[in-house]
Design a protein. Structure first.
Length: 203
């Protein structure tokens, strides 16, 4: 009976409506999700994976979801168990909280992007992502843009600063971030433009 009670409590802390969340980073994931109210009823599983090639996190629809309607799609956000700095591996869950929130916010930007695509468009998107370097740039910048539009710029900028200005992170990883993602300067321009548009509407 005690075991059953413990199991119920554990499940209640790791699952929130349609979201399956590891307990160890539940605070950061739930914080990021607060910025995406549109995803409240979207089924998303956040799952640790031993290693993700060339990345720390990766969001994608589940295989069967490619053939479902937008409303019934399911997504998984894979999170690498470790993060390498200067040839030393650290547990991703030990990354500073704000940095982790920014990373997750970017991945939720991908989920927003996927959720707005039709079945055929989503399949074609997946093919192009695998085959076209140019399309990877478009996809990653789109995810950043969704995060900025959802007012996550503070976290996104902290994440980029953590990577780009960390002397112990390999240059190859920094070059990948610079190549595929929005730069801090571009993000600041987007924020400035957004604030100007808000001021105009308020007048």
């Amino acid at each position: 009976m005690k075991y059953l009670f413990f199991l119920i409590i554990t499940l209640s802390t790791s699952m929130n409506a349609q979201h399956i969340i590891p307990d160890s980073i539940s605070v950061e994931i739930n914080k990021a999700l607060e910025y995406y109210p549109e995803l409240r009823e979207t089924h998303i599983e956040f799952r640790f994976k031993r290693n993700i090639k060339k990345s720390t996190m990766q969001a994608r629809p589940t295989f069967g979801s490619f053939f479902r309607s937008r409303k019934n799609r399911r997504y998984v956000v894979l999170i690498s168990e470790t993060f390498k700095i200067s040839d030393k591996k650290f547990l991703t869950k030990h990354i500073p909280s704000d940095i982790l929130i920014g990373w997750i916010g970017h991945e939720l930007g991908h989920v927003m992007d996927y959720s707005n695509r039709s079945k055929l468009n989503l399949i074609w998107f997946g093919i192009k992502y695998l085959l076209s370097d140019t399309h990877i740039v478009e996809a990653e910048r789109a995810a950043d843009t969704y995060a900025i539009r959802h007012n996550m710029e503070e976290y996104i900028l902290k994440t980029k600063d953590f990577i780009l200005n960390n002397a112990e992170i390999h240059d190859a990883y920094k070059l990948r971030i610079k190549k595929y993602y929005l730069s801090p300067e571009e993000i600041m321009d987007m924020i400035k433009k957004r604030n100007m548009e808000a001021d105009i509407i308020a007048q």
